[in-house]
Design a binder for this molecule. Structure first.
Ligand SMILES: Nc1nc2c(ncn2[C@@H]2O[C@H](COP(=O)(O)OP(=O)(O)OP(=O)(O)O)[C@@H](O)[C@H]2O)c(=O)[nH]1
Length: 296
Protein backbone atom coordinates (compact mmCIF):
# COMPACT_ATOMS: atom_id res chain seq x y z
CA UNK A 1 0.00 0.00 0.00
CA UNK A 2 1.37 3.50 -0.77
CA UNK A 3 0.27 6.95 0.36
CA UNK A 4 -1.99 7.40 -2.65
CA UNK A 5 -4.21 4.59 -1.46
CA UNK A 6 -4.61 5.86 2.10
CA UNK A 7 -8.17 6.97 2.82
CA UNK A 8 -8.43 10.73 3.37
CA UNK A 9 -11.44 11.30 5.60
CA UNK A 10 -10.79 15.04 6.03
CA UNK A 11 -11.30 15.52 2.29
CA UNK A 12 -14.79 14.00 2.41
CA UNK A 13 -17.93 16.15 2.41
CA UNK A 14 -19.49 16.76 5.81
CA UNK A 15 -22.89 15.21 6.44
CA UNK A 16 -23.96 18.39 8.23
CA UNK A 17 -22.84 21.42 6.22
CA UNK A 18 -21.89 23.75 9.05
CA UNK A 19 -18.91 26.09 9.42
CA UNK A 20 -16.97 25.96 12.71
CA UNK A 21 -15.28 28.81 14.59
CA UNK A 22 -12.15 26.99 15.79
CA UNK A 23 -10.72 23.61 14.88
CA UNK A 24 -7.23 22.45 15.71
CA UNK A 25 -5.06 20.92 18.41
CA UNK A 26 -4.46 21.88 22.04
CA UNK A 27 -1.45 21.09 24.22
CA UNK A 28 1.19 20.52 21.53
CA UNK A 29 4.66 20.30 23.12
CA UNK A 30 7.33 22.48 21.54
CA UNK A 31 10.47 24.44 22.40
CA UNK A 32 10.44 28.20 21.88
CA UNK A 33 13.11 30.87 22.08
CA UNK A 34 12.41 33.99 24.18
CA UNK A 35 14.99 36.45 25.47
CA UNK A 36 17.79 34.11 24.39
CA UNK A 37 16.34 31.16 26.34
CA UNK A 38 15.05 27.88 24.97
CA UNK A 39 11.83 27.30 26.88
CA UNK A 40 9.44 24.40 27.09
CA UNK A 41 6.04 25.43 25.82
CA UNK A 42 2.69 24.05 24.81
CA UNK A 43 0.74 25.41 21.88
CA UNK A 44 -2.91 25.45 20.88
CA UNK A 45 -3.10 25.81 17.10
CA UNK A 46 -6.31 26.21 15.14
CA UNK A 47 -8.15 27.68 12.20
CA UNK A 48 -11.77 28.46 11.49
CA UNK A 49 -13.49 25.94 9.24
CA UNK A 50 -15.45 28.30 7.03
CA UNK A 51 -16.26 25.75 4.38
CA UNK A 52 -19.11 24.04 6.17
CA UNK A 53 -19.25 21.28 3.61
CA UNK A 54 -15.66 20.12 4.29
CA UNK A 55 -15.45 17.21 6.73
CA UNK A 56 -12.30 18.37 8.45
CA UNK A 57 -9.20 20.54 8.52
CA UNK A 58 -5.67 19.19 8.00
CA UNK A 59 -4.24 18.92 11.48
CA UNK A 60 -0.79 17.85 10.27
CA UNK A 61 -0.35 21.05 8.28
CA UNK A 62 -0.88 23.18 11.40
CA UNK A 63 1.43 20.93 13.38
CA UNK A 64 4.21 21.18 10.80
CA UNK A 65 3.90 24.97 10.56
CA UNK A 66 4.83 25.13 14.25
CA UNK A 67 8.34 23.95 13.31
CA UNK A 68 9.03 27.59 12.42
CA UNK A 69 9.00 28.33 16.17
CA UNK A 70 11.82 25.90 17.04
CA UNK A 71 14.89 27.90 16.16
CA UNK A 72 14.00 31.55 15.70
CA UNK A 73 13.42 34.01 18.56
CA UNK A 74 9.72 34.50 19.16
CA UNK A 75 8.60 37.79 17.61
CA UNK A 76 5.30 39.19 16.42
CA UNK A 77 6.52 38.80 12.84
CA UNK A 78 7.26 35.11 13.40
CA UNK A 79 3.81 34.53 14.94
CA UNK A 80 2.23 36.23 11.96
CA UNK A 81 4.20 34.04 9.55
CA UNK A 82 3.07 30.88 11.35
CA UNK A 83 -0.56 31.99 11.21
CA UNK A 84 -0.22 32.87 7.54
CA UNK A 85 1.16 29.37 6.94
CA UNK A 86 -1.93 27.93 8.68
CA UNK A 87 -4.13 29.85 6.22
CA UNK A 88 -2.00 29.18 3.14
CA UNK A 89 -2.22 25.44 3.83
CA UNK A 90 -6.00 25.69 4.30
CA UNK A 91 -6.88 27.75 1.27
CA UNK A 92 -10.59 27.56 0.51
CA UNK A 93 -11.29 26.07 3.95
CA UNK A 94 -10.27 28.70 6.51
CA UNK A 95 -10.23 32.49 6.81
CA UNK A 96 -9.00 32.86 10.38
CA UNK A 97 -6.01 31.37 12.18
CA UNK A 98 -5.23 31.13 15.90
CA UNK A 99 -2.19 30.28 18.00
CA UNK A 100 -1.85 30.23 21.78
CA UNK A 101 1.49 29.50 23.39
CA UNK A 102 1.88 28.80 27.10
CA UNK A 103 5.28 28.85 28.73
CA UNK A 104 7.16 29.76 31.90
CA UNK A 105 9.74 32.47 31.42
CA UNK A 106 12.76 32.18 33.72
CA UNK A 107 14.43 35.42 34.80
CA UNK A 108 17.46 35.76 37.04
CA UNK A 109 16.81 38.31 39.76
CA UNK A 110 19.45 39.89 42.02
CA UNK A 111 19.04 39.97 45.80
CA UNK A 112 18.23 43.34 47.38
CA UNK A 113 21.55 43.73 49.24
CA UNK A 114 23.81 40.65 49.09
CA UNK A 115 25.67 39.85 45.86
CA UNK A 116 23.39 36.84 45.25
CA UNK A 117 20.84 36.12 42.59
CA UNK A 118 18.28 33.45 41.81
CA UNK A 119 15.72 32.39 39.25
CA UNK A 120 12.06 33.25 39.12
CA UNK A 121 9.44 31.80 36.82
CA UNK A 122 6.73 33.85 35.22
CA UNK A 123 3.79 32.08 33.57
CA UNK A 124 3.33 33.65 30.13
CA UNK A 125 0.70 33.04 27.45
CA UNK A 126 0.98 34.54 24.00
CA UNK A 127 -2.18 34.59 21.94
CA UNK A 128 -1.97 35.52 18.26
CA UNK A 129 -4.72 35.53 15.67
CA UNK A 130 -5.12 36.44 12.03
CA UNK A 131 -8.79 37.29 11.59
CA UNK A 132 -10.16 38.84 8.42
CA UNK A 133 -6.52 39.57 7.49
CA UNK A 134 -6.08 41.60 10.69
CA UNK A 135 -3.25 40.44 12.97
CA UNK A 136 -3.62 40.67 16.77
CA UNK A 137 -1.28 39.64 19.58
CA UNK A 138 -2.13 39.47 23.27
CA UNK A 139 0.05 38.58 26.24
CA UNK A 140 -0.99 37.15 29.57
CA UNK A 141 1.64 37.41 32.29
CA UNK A 142 1.50 36.61 36.01
CA UNK A 143 3.72 38.51 38.44
CA UNK A 144 3.94 37.67 42.15
CA UNK A 145 4.66 40.25 44.82
CA UNK A 146 4.29 40.97 48.51
CA UNK A 147 1.64 43.33 49.82
CA UNK A 148 1.37 44.63 53.37
CA UNK A 149 -2.02 45.90 54.53
CA UNK A 150 -1.94 49.68 55.26
CA UNK A 151 -4.90 49.40 57.64
CA UNK A 152 -3.25 46.63 59.59
CA UNK A 153 -0.01 48.67 59.71
CA UNK A 154 -1.86 51.69 61.15
CA UNK A 155 -3.61 49.50 63.74
CA UNK A 156 -0.29 47.91 64.70
CA UNK A 157 1.32 51.36 65.10
CA UNK A 158 -1.51 52.41 67.36
CA UNK A 159 -0.96 49.35 69.55
CA UNK A 160 2.75 50.12 69.72
CA UNK A 161 1.96 53.69 70.76
CA UNK A 162 -0.41 52.37 73.42
CA UNK A 163 2.27 50.02 74.69
CA UNK A 164 4.73 52.91 74.82
CA UNK A 165 2.29 54.94 76.88
CA UNK A 166 1.79 52.00 79.26
CA UNK A 167 5.50 51.17 79.60
CA UNK A 168 6.82 54.71 79.95
CA UNK A 169 4.02 56.36 81.89
CA UNK A 170 5.39 58.65 84.59
CA UNK A 171 8.98 57.72 83.63
CA UNK A 172 11.55 60.26 82.47
CA UNK A 173 12.52 59.20 78.94
CA UNK A 174 16.01 57.88 78.59
CA UNK A 175 17.48 57.34 75.16
CA UNK A 176 18.96 53.94 75.99
CA UNK A 177 15.82 52.64 77.63
CA UNK A 178 13.70 53.68 74.64
CA UNK A 179 16.18 52.14 72.23
CA UNK A 180 16.11 48.83 74.11
CA UNK A 181 12.31 48.95 74.24
CA UNK A 182 12.14 49.52 70.48
CA UNK A 183 14.35 46.48 69.92
CA UNK A 184 12.24 44.21 72.08
CA UNK A 185 9.21 42.13 71.24
CA UNK A 186 7.53 43.76 74.26
CA UNK A 187 7.81 47.15 72.57
CA UNK A 188 6.83 46.25 69.05
CA UNK A 189 3.78 44.31 70.22
CA UNK A 190 1.95 44.10 66.90
CA UNK A 191 2.90 43.50 63.28
CA UNK A 192 0.73 44.14 60.22
CA UNK A 193 -0.34 41.22 58.08
CA UNK A 194 1.09 40.85 54.61
CA UNK A 195 0.52 38.36 51.86
CA UNK A 196 1.93 36.85 48.73
CA UNK A 197 -0.05 38.49 45.97
CA UNK A 198 -0.33 38.07 42.25
CA UNK A 199 -1.02 40.36 39.34
CA UNK A 200 -2.52 38.88 36.21
CA UNK A 201 -1.81 41.12 33.25
CA UNK A 202 -3.67 40.63 29.99
CA UNK A 203 -2.47 43.10 27.39
CA UNK A 204 -3.31 43.64 23.77
CA UNK A 205 -0.23 44.74 21.87
CA UNK A 206 0.20 47.18 19.06
CA UNK A 207 3.22 47.45 16.77
CA UNK A 208 5.77 44.73 16.19
CA UNK A 209 7.31 44.35 19.66
CA UNK A 210 6.76 41.40 21.97
CA UNK A 211 7.93 43.18 25.13
CA UNK A 212 7.49 40.34 27.62
CA UNK A 213 10.51 41.07 29.82
CA UNK A 214 9.90 44.84 29.67
CA UNK A 215 6.33 44.37 30.85
CA UNK A 216 7.37 42.13 33.73
CA UNK A 217 10.03 44.66 34.77
CA UNK A 218 7.58 47.57 34.53
CA UNK A 219 5.00 45.70 36.61
CA UNK A 220 7.51 44.74 39.30
CA UNK A 221 8.87 48.30 39.45
CA UNK A 222 5.32 49.66 39.84
CA UNK A 223 4.49 47.19 42.61
CA UNK A 224 7.77 47.77 44.45
CA UNK A 225 7.94 44.56 46.47
CA UNK A 226 8.36 41.72 44.00
CA UNK A 227 8.81 38.25 45.50
CA UNK A 228 12.53 37.58 46.04
CA UNK A 229 14.81 34.68 45.08
CA UNK A 230 18.10 34.19 46.98
CA UNK A 231 17.74 35.79 50.42
CA UNK A 232 20.26 36.31 53.23
CA UNK A 233 19.34 38.15 56.43
CA UNK A 234 20.50 41.48 55.00
CA UNK A 235 18.18 40.93 52.05
CA UNK A 236 15.30 39.98 54.32
CA UNK A 237 15.81 43.13 56.36
CA UNK A 238 15.83 45.24 53.20
CA UNK A 239 12.64 43.48 52.13
CA UNK A 240 11.02 44.27 55.49
CA UNK A 241 11.93 47.93 55.01
CA UNK A 242 10.66 47.91 51.41
CA UNK A 243 7.35 46.44 52.55
CA UNK A 244 7.03 48.93 55.39
CA UNK A 245 7.51 51.76 52.90
CA UNK A 246 5.17 50.18 50.37
CA UNK A 247 1.88 49.50 52.17
CA UNK A 248 -0.89 48.67 49.76
CA UNK A 249 -4.48 47.56 49.43
CA UNK A 250 -5.36 45.61 46.32
CA UNK A 251 -6.86 48.86 44.96
CA UNK A 252 -3.48 50.59 45.30
CA UNK A 253 -1.73 47.77 43.46
CA UNK A 254 -4.31 47.82 40.64
CA UNK A 255 -4.02 51.59 40.24
CA UNK A 256 -0.22 51.50 40.14
CA UNK A 257 -0.22 48.78 37.52
CA UNK A 258 -2.87 50.58 35.51
CA UNK A 259 -0.72 53.72 35.32
CA UNK A 260 2.45 51.75 34.53
CA UNK A 261 0.86 49.74 31.70
CA UNK A 262 -0.79 52.82 30.25
CA UNK A 263 2.65 54.38 29.86
CA UNK A 264 3.82 51.60 27.53
CA UNK A 265 3.68 52.53 23.84
CA UNK A 266 3.53 48.83 22.98
CA UNK A 267 0.11 48.40 24.59
CA UNK A 268 -3.20 49.04 22.90
CA UNK A 269 -5.49 47.82 25.67
CA UNK A 270 -5.30 45.84 28.87
CA UNK A 271 -7.25 44.07 31.55
CA UNK A 272 -5.46 43.55 34.83
CA UNK A 273 -6.45 41.69 37.96
CA UNK A 274 -4.63 41.71 41.28
CA UNK A 275 -5.23 39.06 43.89
CA UNK A 276 -4.12 39.56 47.48
CA UNK A 277 -4.29 36.12 49.08
CA UNK A 278 -5.17 37.54 52.48
CA UNK A 279 -3.67 36.14 55.62
CA UNK A 280 -6.32 38.06 57.61
CA UNK A 281 -9.13 36.23 55.82
CA UNK A 282 -9.55 32.82 54.25
CA UNK A 283 -10.66 34.65 51.10
CA UNK A 284 -8.82 36.95 48.70
CA UNK A 285 -8.97 40.71 48.16
CA UNK A 286 -9.22 41.37 44.41
CA UNK A 287 -9.22 44.41 42.13
CA UNK A 288 -9.48 44.67 38.36
CA UNK A 289 -8.95 47.44 35.86
CA UNK A 290 -9.31 47.82 32.10
CA UNK A 291 -8.09 50.39 29.63
CA UNK A 292 -8.23 50.86 25.87
CA UNK A 293 -6.16 53.41 23.98
CA UNK A 294 -8.44 56.21 22.76
CA UNK A 295 -7.30 55.76 19.16
CA UNK A 296 -7.95 51.96 19.25
N1 LIG B 1 -9.53 16.84 10.81
C1 LIG B 1 -9.29 15.98 11.82
N2 LIG B 1 -8.17 15.16 11.75
C2 LIG B 1 -7.95 14.34 12.80
C3 LIG B 1 -8.77 14.34 13.96
N3 LIG B 1 -8.27 13.45 14.83
C4 LIG B 1 -7.18 12.92 14.26
N4 LIG B 1 -6.97 13.44 13.03
C5 LIG B 1 -5.89 12.98 12.13
O1 LIG B 1 -4.96 13.95 11.78
C6 LIG B 1 -4.19 13.36 10.75
C7 LIG B 1 -3.60 14.44 9.86
O2 LIG B 1 -4.59 14.95 9.01
P1 LIG B 1 -4.15 15.61 7.64
O3 LIG B 1 -3.34 16.80 7.94
O4 LIG B 1 -5.37 15.85 6.81
O5 LIG B 1 -3.21 14.47 7.04
P2 LIG B 1 -2.85 14.13 5.54
O6 LIG B 1 -4.11 13.99 4.74
O7 LIG B 1 -1.91 12.98 5.56
O8 LIG B 1 -2.07 15.43 5.12
P3 LIG B 1 -2.31 16.32 3.80
O9 LIG B 1 -1.93 15.44 2.66
O10 LIG B 1 -1.42 17.50 4.01
O11 LIG B 1 -3.77 16.69 3.81
C8 LIG B 1 -5.12 12.43 10.02
O12 LIG B 1 -4.58 11.12 10.12
C9 LIG B 1 -6.42 12.55 10.79
O13 LIG B 1 -7.14 11.38 10.91
C10 LIG B 1 -9.91 15.19 13.99
O14 LIG B 1 -10.69 15.24 14.95
N5 LIG B 1 -10.11 16.00 12.90
Amino acid sequence: MNALTLPDIAAQASRQALPLDWVGMCGIALPILIDGQHLTATADAGVSLDDGTARGIHMSRLYLALEMLDQQPLTSALLRNVLQRFLDTHEGLSKNAYLRIHTQLLLKRPALVSPLAGWKTYPVSIEARLENQMFHVELKIDVTYSSTCPCSAALARQLIQQQFVDDFANTPLQHEAVLAWLGSANGIVATPHSQRSSAQLHVQLQGTDLPIVDLINAAEAALGTAVQTAVKRADEQAFALANGQNLMFCEDAARRLHLALKRSDAINAFHLKVIHAESLHAHDAVAESRWTRASA
